[in-house]
Design a protein around this ligand. Structure first.
Ligand code: FAD
Ligand code: GLY
Length: 355
């Protein structure tokens, strides 16, 4: 087995774990049923946003805050090892309120967040008008600014990670679905349609597909399920949206290449890959509520992805150090990639010796 570890699933989570473990001296093989990084990790908006996304304290909230702190160094190191430049913006986020009720909710959220170390400050309508001139003023009651939130391009991260992982000797088996895993006392087996291979440990990083895998030798895996999201994109001039802008369930952000991304629906529709024009229209209407000028424009892109839902985030061993779980990242898997990679690497290094 020679210090070999299998990573099952090559989204941003599987690739991050693979890269970190390879840096630690393990021989890594990644198995993906298709091309790596083409599912949720391709679809994601890429917000690094405890301010926008965290409403209450939880183990996931704590990991999100920790991972946000790790992110800049993670991206710097990824750029250095891959030679790929990654669009990462650290300009913060604003969340808008168009009624006193919405403003009160933002204040309550800010109070809860300050108790867990997420900073924000209030903005008056006049400040929003000055610094975010395209935002709808009509009925604006105020906003909060989250200075710690940021944005990254998930697709550039995956491209970079693939190169960095390969440069560290990681073997990528694309187009190889794993059909089953068996966890033994001294090894773990990974089965595909035509092979049965033995590893020192296996990491399950299948996102929304994680609990569909047949696993024996340990109790059944905790459930994972897909939560579909539609996103739309507009071609817009640079600096149209220099921070994340949120209102209710809607968020807007702009990539360095000009694409203005608007998200997102939250749908419990199984693995239905249909792109629904009506859902895209709803997003377009919500976007125009924030940026009225978008009412004159048609989105240039619409796409969907499957968030990996689960009852709780799973990062660590499952009844054996030879089976590590890395799934259930739901709305924050891009943000949580660095901390997930560090935790799984630490668990394997602490419990297994390279044989
Ligand atoms: P995935 O990227 O889905 O990867 C799973 C991999 O497993 C796939 O490559 C798949 O091909 C492979 N696979 C499946 N079955 C098998 C099998 N049997 N054998 C081998 N391989 C298999 N997160 C953020 O942090 N910020 C955001 O702004 C954000 N926005 C989002 C917006 C939307 C609309 C969506 C859908 C998600 C968003 N997310 C965001 C969440 C984020 O995308 C996910 O949490 C993250 O990408 C999960 O990564 P993953 O590697 O676990 O899963
Ligand atoms: N984190 C944004 C989303 O999941 O839509």
């Amino acid at each position: 087995m020679n210090g070999r570890i299998a990573i099952v699933g090559g989204g941003i989570i599987g690739l991050s774990v693979a890269w970190r473990l390879a840096q630690s001296g393990w021989q890594i093989e990644v198995f993906d049923k298709a091309q790596v990084g083409q599912e949720a990790s391709w679809a994601a908006a890429g917000m690094l946003a405890p301010g926008g996304e965290v409403d209450a304290d939880s183990p996931m909230a704590q990991l999100a805050i920790e991972s946000r702190q790790l992110f800049r160094a993670f991206v710097d190191s990824l750029e250095a090892e891959s030679g790929v430049s990654i669009d990462m913006q650290e300009a913060g986020a604003i969340e808008l309120a168009y009624s006193d009720d919405e403003l009160n909710k933002l204040q309550h959220k800010a109070m809860v967040q300050s108790g867990i170390g997420i900073r924000s400050r209030p903005l008056a309508p006049k400040q929003i008008e000055t610094f975010w001139p395209r935002v709808r003023r009509d009925g604006l009651a105020g906003a909060r600014f989250y200075p710690g939130d940021g944005v990254v391009s998930p697709r550039e991260m995956v491209t970079a990670m693939k190169i960095a992982a390969k440069a560290r000797g990681v073997e990528l088996h694309e187009g190889r679905a794993v059909t089953a895993v068996h966890v033994g006392d001294a090894y773990s087996d990974v089965m595909t349609y035509d092979s049965d291979r033995r590893f020192q440990a296996v990491v399950i990083a299948l996102g929304a597909w994680s609990s569909a895998l047949l696993v024996s030798g340990v109790p059944a895996l905790p459930e994972a399920y897909p939560v579909k999201g539609h996103l739309i994109g507009y071609r817009q001039p640079d600096q149209t949206c220099s921070t994340i802008i949120r209102h209710g369930h809607t968020y807007l952000l702009q990539r360095a290449n000009g694409l203005l991304v608007v998200g997102a629906s939250v749908e419990h529709a199984g693995f239905d890959r249909t792109v629904n024009p009506e859902t895209a229209e709803v997003l377009a209407r919500e976007a125009a509520q924030v940026f009225p000028h978008l009412a004159e424009t048609t989105p240039s892109q619409v796409w969907i992805g499957f968030r990996p839902g689960s009852e709780q985030l799973r990062v660590g061993p499952w009844h054996s150090p030879r089976l590590q779980l890395a799934y259930g990242h739901y709305r924050n898997g891009i943000l949580l990639a660095p901390v997930t990679a560090d935790r799984i690497t630490a668990s394997i290094n602490a419990n297994l010796r390279k044989q």
